[in-house]
Each structure stands twice: as C-alpha cells, then as structure tokens.
Design a protein around this ligand. Structure first.
Ligand SMILES: C[S@@+](CC[C@H](N)C(=O)[O-])C[C@H]1O[C@@H](n2cnc3c(N)ncnc32)[C@H](O)[C@@H]1O
Length: 382
C-alpha cells in the first residue's frame, strides 16, 4: 500500500485546518523534490529569476503573490494569510469538511468518487479514511489544475492503487467509473462551481477584481470564452440567461447594454455593468457585476446541464446504501439538487435525504468564501 497516513499527519486531523493545508502543501513540495531525485540526468542549473517587485508593502496582484504560491518554501506567509481569513493565491480551502465527512461516513475499504477534485482538500480527507483497502476516483474538467492536485496527492503517498485522477466532466460519471473499472461508489462528493485557484488567477478570466481576458472556461480547450458568447448573443437570450442563471433583477436593463458587444477583459465588462446601472450604490452595483459574471460562467461551462445529468445518473452509480453529498453555492444549483433528491426519496431510490446544511459561524469567519454554501446528502436504498 503506497499510502502512508502517518507521514501525512492524518492521525489526529478530523476537520481541515490551516495547519493541515500547510502540511498538505509542504508534502507536495517534497514530492517535487523527490521527482527531481529520481531523474538520472544531472539537474540543470536553476536560472536566476528576478524577485517580483510590487508597489507598497504587500503584494496585491496574483503574480506578485509568489510566496503564497510556494507554500513549501514560505509556510509562514501562507499561515498568516490563512489566519487573516483569506485564501492564499494558488490554493483552495475545502468547505464544510466535518459535515461532509459525517454525511459520507467513509470507512476503510470503500470506493469513493470526488466529482470535483479541485485542490483535493476533500479528497485528501476521504482518502485517509478509506484506507486500508479503499480507492478514490477524482474527476475534474480543468486540465490546468488537475495535474497539480494529482501531484499533491501522490506527494502525500497516495499511489495509483488507491487514487486515480481523470480529466473529465462529471456529466460523464458512468463512463468514468467504467474506465476506472469501478462498478459503483460507496460515497460520492460533488463540490460545485469554481475553485479559488481558478477564481484568483486573472489569466483564467473569472475574476471580477483583477483584469484578465474575459474567458471563464474551466476547461480552456473546450467551448467558447465568455467574450465570444457576449459578442454573439441576442438581447432577449441574454436577458433570460441573466434572470435564470443568477436571478439578476436588472436583467432587462443590462441585456441591451451588453449583448452583441465585445468586452475583451473582465474589467471592461465590470465597467460596462456599472455604467448601465448608474443609480445603484457601490454595493448594489458590485452585486450586479457578480451576478453577471456568475450567469456567464454558468452558460460558458454548461453547468446546469452537467449538474442535471450527474443527478440523473447518480442512483445508478451508487452502490446499495451508498452516500452522496452535493455542495452548492447559489440557488439555481440548490433548487436542482433539492428537487432531484426529493423525487428520488418519493420513488424509493433513496432511503434517506438530508435537509439543507450550512457552514457554521466559525467556518464563515475563518473562510468568508464559504458563506453561500449549502450541503445536501442522500443515501441510496438497498
Ligand atoms: C469548488 S472546486 C472543488 C474544490 C475541492 N472540493 C477541494 O477540496 O479542493 C470545484 C471544482 O470542480 C470542477 N468542476 C466544476 N464543474 C465540473 C464538471 N461539470 N465536471 C468536472 N469538474 C467540474 C472545477 O474545475 C473545480 O476544480
């Protein structure tokens, strides 16, 4: 068994804390070093790199936060950022870990599926609890972040016998299980939406705050960027999309101001939203910008259709008494999960369905990004 829980510091960890995120990252750093040791050729000289310069005392831009992006080398910096309630650049803090572990009740020897691997924070906790003998299949549609998450878990000692990573959309869950020779999952997690790594990197085009290309694709090799979508969409279609994907109250005003226009960057779009709603105060204007970004992101990544497909396939992919938990971050997602779980209970497919669970006060204080999260879980009938 390649897993070494002792090395990973799992023994006393029940909820993910700032400390075990740090352990996670420094183990990853070790993995990188180990990989270098294994190569037969002598290591090439490290090219001299100028330190990133920034104005003022603290780095503000993503690329300036080079220390946060190297937690193995700058653990103190990362600890400080975590303690201040922020998410270090290049990292994602898993949400409602304790509640998810209680709902999924992972046991040694079980088969787990993480449909949204992200930074692998949840996967790390699940993997530790299904050993010995268990196996986790981790899916993610993001070709940029998936290899990093895989490397992190490998660095923690989870070998190919216990962990398989697969770049795929979770809408194709049955095929992914088949490809991994898994008949059914004992536990399954879907933590919807985007990761902090995607959100914080201006180059991915999700960020309202930092200038970047208006892209928003979780898989940049598939589909069209948000800029192309906006340039080609009709006013009526955009109005519908803003209302349905994010309950935007000013959809009728915003749609004619944005549809058919080219916004090459995230900031150009944010400025146009603000200009279209001149009477709104700063806070309400910022809410509309956030909702416009959310509705475009959902459309660009076809998120509702992927979720509906996953929910439809879920019963057939779970073993009898298998548990599934879904974390949602806005009402459009939660409505779909709630409806599907309730229907499954009525039809006798599920024997138990939870109500909605929310993050506790302490977690909301420590990680404000978790505030909108809603968790629901089900247990399949025998
Ligand atoms: C909120 S993050 C998950 C964070 C993860 N639970 C952790 O602990 O680090 C969501 C992830 O799901 C991925 N994702 C979103 N929709 C997906 C889909 N339909 N299929 C596969 N992956 C998806 C995103 O690329 C992102 O990496």
């Amino acid at each position: 068994m390649a897993t070494n829980p002792q090395h990973c510091g799992y023994e006393n960890s029940h909820a993910t804390t700032a400390n075990n995120i740090l352990e996670f990252c420094s183990a990853n750093c070790d993995a990188g070093e180990m990989a270098t040791d294994e190569t037969a050729a002598p290591a090439p000289p490290i090219p001299h790199k100028r330190r990133v310069r920034y104005a003022g005392k603290h780095p503000r831009r993503f690329e300036e936060k080079y220390k946060e992006q190297q937690p193995g080398r700058y653990a103190q910096t990362v600890a400080k950022v975590l303690a201040s309630g922020k998410t270090p650049a290049g990292m994602h803090r898993p949400v409602m870990v304790a509640e998810i572990l209680e709902a999924l009740a992972p046991r040694p020897g079980e088969v787990a599926v993480d449909c949204t691997l992200g930074f692998a924070g949840h996967a790390q906790e699940l993997l530790a609890r299904i050993q010995p003998g268990g196996r986790l299949l981790g899916l993610d549609t993001d070709p940029i972040e998936l290899p990093k998450a895989e490397a992190r878990l490998r660095g923690l000692g989870f070998g190919a016998d216990v962990f398989t990573a697969r770049r795929t959309n979770f809408a194709g869950l049955p095929q992914a299980l088949w490809a991994a020779e898994i008949k059914g999952a004992d536990l399954l997690l879907a933590d919807l939406g985007v990761s902090s790594m995607q959100l914080d990197d201006p180059g991915r085009g999700f960020s309202v705050k930092n200038e970047g290309p208006l892209d928003m694709r979780m898989n940049p090799h598939r589909g069209q960027p948000a800029s192309v979508l906006l340039q080609s969409i009709r006013v009526e279609a955009l109005q519908k999309l803003l209302a349905e994907n994010a309950d935007e109250p000013y959809a009728a005003v915003l749609a004619p101001a944005l549809a058919g226009k080219l916004f090459a960057t995230t900031t150009a779009l944010a400025t146009a939203v603000r200009a279209a709603l001149p009477r709104l105060n700063k806070e309400d204007g910022a809410d509309s910008i956030r909702r416009v970004f959310q509705s475009l992101r959902i459309e660009v990544n076809d998120e509702f259709s992927a979720l509906e497909t996953l929910l439809r396939h879920l019963p057939a992919c779970l073993n009898p008494s298998g548990r599934a938990a879904v974390l949602t971050f806005h009402s459009g997602e939660d409505r779909r999960v709630k409806k599907s779980f309730a229907a499954g209970l009525r039809e006798g497919i599920y024997e138990e369905v939870s109500g909605v669970l929310r993050p506790g006060t302490e977690e909301r204080r420590a990680n404000p990004r978790c505030a909108p999260a809603k968790l629901r879980w089900v247990r399949r009938a025998i």
